[in-house]
Design a binder for this molecule. Structure first.
Ligand SMILES: [Zn+2]
Length: 212
C-alpha cells in the first residue's frame, strides 16, 4: 500500500540519479502560512463580490491554471508536447509561477517522477499513501522541497536554461508583483477586492490540478 520511503534517496548508476519522495520530519511552515493566507483571502473575496472582481478571478484562473500550468508547465515543458517561440514559452512560464506551484524545474521534475512511478514506490504524491498526502501532505511534509539540486536531474533540459535556474529561486516574484498590481489597479478603479479575487483565481482553483 504505502509507496513512501523514509528518506529521499539518491542512487547513482552509470547515467541515472534515482530520487524518491520521503516524509520529512520538518513541517513546511512558510508554505503553510502562505497558502493559509491565500485561502483566507479567497474566503474574504466571497464577502466583497463585484462583477469586475469575478472577471479578474476568471482571467487569472485562465492565465495561471490553464495557460501557465496545464498548457505550459505540463504539456509543453514536462511532456514536450509542442514548442513555441522562446518569448511565448517564457511568458506562459511566468503565468505558471502565479499559481504558487513552484518553479518550472521543481514542477517538471516532480511531475516526471510522478509519471515514472505512478502509484508505485517513488510516486511523489500517490493517493495510495492517503488522500491527504496526495492532496496537500506531500507539499507540507514532503522531503523533496529542499532537494532542488537533486530534482534538477529529472529536468536537465530546463536546468541548462539560465532563466529557469533563476526562476528556481525567484519564482515568487511574479505573483508578488501581480498581487500588488491588482491591488493598485483595483483600488484606483474603486474595487480593492481585485487582489483577493485575482490571486485566488490564479492559485486556489489549481490545487486539484497539482497531481494531474
Ligand atoms: Zn503529465
Amino acid at each position: 500500500m504505502a509507496t513512501l520511503l523514509a528518506e529521499p534517496q539518491r542512487t547513482s548508476g552509470p547515467e541515472a540519479v534515482h530520487l524518491v519522495q520521503g516524509k520529512s520530519d520538518e513541517f513546511n511552515w512558510v508554505f503553510f502560512v502562505v497558502i493559509a493566507a491565500f485561502h483566507l483571502g479567497a474566503v474574504a473575496a466571497l464577502f466583497c463580490f463585484r462583477w469586475s472582481s469575478l472577471v479578474v478571478f476568471l482571467a487569472m484562473w485562465i492565465v495561471g491554471q490553464n495557460v501557465g500550468i496545464a498548457v505550459c508547465y505540463h504539456r509543453q515543458l514536462t511532456h514536450r508536447g509542442f514548442t513555441t517561440p522562446k518569448w511565448l514559452e517564457y511568458l506562459m512560464v511566468v503565468c505558471g509561477t502565479l499559481t504558487l506551484q513552484g518553479s518550472p524545474i521543481y514542477w517538471v521534475a516532480v511531475h516526471r517522477m510522478h509519471h515514472q512511478y505512478t502509484d508505485r514506490s517513488g510516486d511523489p504524491h500517490s493517493p495510495r499513501d492517503g488522500k491527504w498526502w496526495s492532496h496537500m501532505g506531500w507539499i507540507l511534509h514532503g522531503a523533496l522541497h529542499n532537494e532542488t539540486t537533486m530534482l534538477s536531474h529529472y529536468a536537465p533540459d530546463l536546468q541548462r536554461n539560465r532563466f529557469y535556474r533563476w526562476l528556481a529561486v525567484w519564482h515568487w516574484i511574479p505573483i508578488t508583483f501581480s498581487g500588488i498590481a491588482l491591488l493598485a489597479c483595483g483600488t484606483a478603479l474603486g474595487d480593492g477586492g481585485w487582489a483577493c479575487h485575482g490571486c485566488s483565481g490564479a492559485y486556489c482553483c489549481g490545487l486539484p490540478s497539482a497531481s494531474m
